[in-house]
Design a binder for this molecule. Sequence first.
Ligand code: IMP
Ligand code: MG
Length: 178
Amino acid sequence: MPPRFGRVLISGDEIAARVLELGRAIGREHAGQDPLLVGVLKGAVIFLADLVRAIPMEVTVDFMGVSAYGAGPPSSGVVRLTADLSESIEGRDVIIVEDIIDTGRTLAYLRSNLSTRRPRSVSVCVLLDKMERREVDVKLDYVGFVIPDQWVLGYGFDLGGLYRGLPYITVLEAEASG
Ligand code: IMP
Ligand code: MG
């Protein structure tokens, strides 16, 4: 049975307005630098595509792939690298661009992994923060929205690989009624 979507949690207009604010903040705080945005595959690709157009300066982009080790839900275990950067980040001002922070394991792993490669700085920009689910503390520099503990879909967020293309963020109906 296909999933039934619940209410729209964040509309396309609300996302666009917030992404513009995040882009301006990054532009202000990284003025005079040559920042490298590192998008986390696959979910952050849509957010990154909009964010890069909202930052009022030149930036470069690269990607990393990560997934949770072994079977089980994505947030269950140890994080594993599935695709690495294409270039060195030595001396660079790196901004990790991630779709969502849940337990914090993925971003904790990425932050420490990238920090060992001698960048000038590492900061983190996430669109969504499921704050109440946090298990590992991670410093976040830019946060789009704090959301409750519900599975979200659309705007890059998937269920079994599907629904990333919805132009808004929604939740599953069963969860939305809870
Ligand atoms: P963390 O390592 O527990 O912080 O998990 C972060 C990862 O879990 C994100 O990069 C997403 O891929 C995935 N994730 C967590 N919650 C959701 C959700 O509600 N919808 C889609 N993906 C999610
Ligand atoms: Mg992800």
